[in-house]
Design a protein around this ligand. Structure first.
Ligand SMILES: Nc1ncnc2c1ncn2[C@@H]1O[C@H](COP(=O)(O)OP(=O)(O)OP(=O)(O)O)[C@@H](O)[C@H]1O
Ligand SMILES: [Mg+2]
Length: 451
């Protein structure tokens, strides 16, 4: 008996310790079983208390009256599927007549408290079926990406969503993206995760980093072209535009369309070409975009116009030629001059890290979703890397990328350096590579700045 009590105390203490220090481990060991039991046992009464039940149908009431049986209870939505996951529970519910997905969404906070879960979100799967995702702990506090993710070409698992699912950056579905956030909010870490995710894929990476290259130059071995100042950036973007025109000529030649057809009307893209002649897709990463749009003299103004025009052309026509833009900045509004709002309209995927004012959040979500604007302003300053990711459909999620250090990203890029394609049009911008012993010197100097 004493041995049993000691063992019980030890187990409870271990569970308490795990729950406090390692919530993910606690969930996998004890949490998932306890939460499953709690949800299944209390399901009917919680649904009733949360106003998610409907009265029995008339025929059952009539049958009960005829048979002189007690009046049947109100019925909660049917559980179609119950699935424990690495971070929580997923319930698929079949709605009863008269219920809608909004009822479940509106009750999600009540469900969260009633089932003692950390978070509850719901979405409609199809007519009459709603999926309720519950998380057992704060999955964004210490982001751990699942070991098994759904990998496809040009689709990077870049962050974790608050409901425990993986947030993908899918270049073929949403070609261009804008990432905003105040200084020290986590933009460069997010971009670093993207680079590390893209490194093992068949893709050319092009970087423009006007912070003197401190973020992207350490990753140079996986980059086909890099620019660290606006002058080089202007030439690099012009070279990309000519590459895009070259790719269109190739597609047109393959389609055997007359040369009188303007570029924008070509319906096909590089993915329709046979594998052996398909040009390699290019992802252009721009960090601190405002630096490209600022000018102090007439000369610089001309350069700025050249840069913005090239970016707008790439954003408008680049997708079919396999050129994708990934733009990061602190603000990206009309105060940066003409052409900026036009460029922003082409950047479909929006991500906002912590912003200091509503105007900055509006630059990301003002034209998409007012709720997302509010959520972006409410991100606390201490949880760096937390962001709101939205898309043009009006949907948005709270996401956080794993904290990939510069050293980890450098290692990933170096491991896949042999995949770096040499693009002839961008040859003048190919970064000069130094030997690894030399590379350690600048890296060790920049590491503390970004860590
Ligand atoms: N996903 C994350 N998880 C944990 N910590 C993070 C995350 N993202 C960023 N941080 C922390 O925040 C710091 C600043 O991040 P980062 O350099 O990406 O900011 P930034 O928005 O690019 O800032 P700036 O505009 O000054 O370049 C990082 O050094 C890191 O310590
Ligand atoms: Mg940065």
């Amino acid at each position: 008996m004493t041995a049993f009590t000691v063992a019980l105390v030890l187990v409870v203490a271990a569970a308490g310790l795990l729950r406090w220090r390692r919530p993910a481990w606690y969930w996998m060991t004890f949490g998932v079983t306890l939460a499953s039991l709690r949800v299944l046992v209390r399901y009917a009464s919680v649904m009733d208390a949360c106003g998610l039940t409907v009265p029995p149908p008339r025929w059952r009431l009539a049958l009960a009256r005829i048979a002189n049986r007690p009046v049947p209870d109100s019925r909660p939505p049917r559980i179609l599927r119950f699935r424990p996951t690495r971070t929580g529970l997923v319930l698929r519910l079949g709605l009863r007549p008269g219920q809608d997905a909004f009822d479940v969404a509106a009750a999600s906070d009540r469900l969260r408290h009633s089932f003692s879960m950390y978070g509850v979100t719901s979405r409609e799967v199809r007519s009459g079926v709603v999926e309720v995702r519950m998380t057992g702990y704060d999955v964004l506090k210490r982001v751990q990406m699942p070991a098994k993710v759904d990998t496809r070409p040009m689709r990077v698992p870049v962050a974790l969503r608050e409901d425990g699912s993986v947030h993908y950056r899918d270049y073929r579905a949403v070609p261009h993206a804008l990432t905003l956030g105040a200084t020290e909010s986590g933009k460069s870490v997010y971009q670093r995760n993207l680079v590390a995710g893209l490194a093992p894929m068949d893709v050319a990476l092009v970087g423009i980093d006007c912070k003197q290259g401190v973020e992207l130059f350490p990753l140079a071995r996986r980059f086909s072209a890099l620019a660290d100042n606006p002058d080089t950036a202007a030439d690099l973007l012009d070279a990309l535009v000519s590459r895009m025109e070259g790719v269109y000529q190739l597609i047109r030649a393959e389609q055997r369309i007359t040369s009188a057809v303007p570029d924008a009307e070509i319906a096909a893209d590089i993915w329709d070409l046979p594998d052996d002649i398909r040009p390699v897709p290019v992802v252009v990463l721009v960090d601190e975009v405002a630096e490209l749009a600022l000018f102090a003299s007439k000369e610089e103004e001309k350069r700025r116009d050249r840069i913005i025009t090239a970016l707008v052309r790439l954003a408008q026509l680049g997708r079919a030629a396999g050129i994708y833009l990934e733009i990061c900045g602190q603000r990206f509004g009309s105060e940066l001059g003409k052409g900026i709002t036009m460029l922003r309209a082409q950047l479909t995927a929006r991500t906002a890290h912590r912003v200091n004012d509503e105007t900055s959040a509006n630059m990301a979500f003002g034209d998409i979703s007012p709720d997302a604007v509010l959520a972006a302003i409410q991100i606390p300053a201490e949880t760096r890397g937390l962001a709101i990711a939205g898309d043009s459909t009006g949907g948005w999620h709270r996401i956080r990328a794993p904290h990939t250090s510069l050293r980890q990203a450098v290692n990933t890029c170096n491991r896949h350096a042999d995949r770096t394609p040499a693009l002839p049009e961008l040859a003048p911008f190919r970064p000069e590579l130094v030997s690894s012993s030399e590379a350690l010197v600048p890296l060790s100097k920049t590491a503390p700045v970004t860590a």
